[in-house]
Design a protein around this ligand. Structure first.
Ligand SMILES: [Zn+2]
Length: 75
């Protein structure tokens, strides 16, 4: 199941190493909150965003995003 949310997020193209904002991203599969032994919470899952530089989709982990889910920072 894919969840589509209209929200711009900041991604970094792994090919051209450039930042870009896009609302063209989807959560691929499920996001899962994982708590480490030290009590630090993080999200595991996969997000796919359309890259304007490569004209194709890249996969990202939620940890890689500058504005991760669960954070109170909104654009
Ligand atoms: Zn790219």
């Amino acid at each position: 199941m894919e969840i589509i949310i209209e929200m711009q997020l900041l991604f970094k193209c792994p090919v051209q190493n450039q930042d870009f904002f896009t609302a063209s991203w989807i959560v691929s599969g499920r996001l899962k909150q994982v708590e480490s032994l030290s009590g630090q919470k993080s999200l595991h899952g996969r997000i796919e965003a359309h890259c304007p530089f490569c004209e194709e989709a890249h996969g990202f982990s939620p940890d890689e995003l500058a504005c991760p889910f669960g954070n109170s920072t909104h654009i």
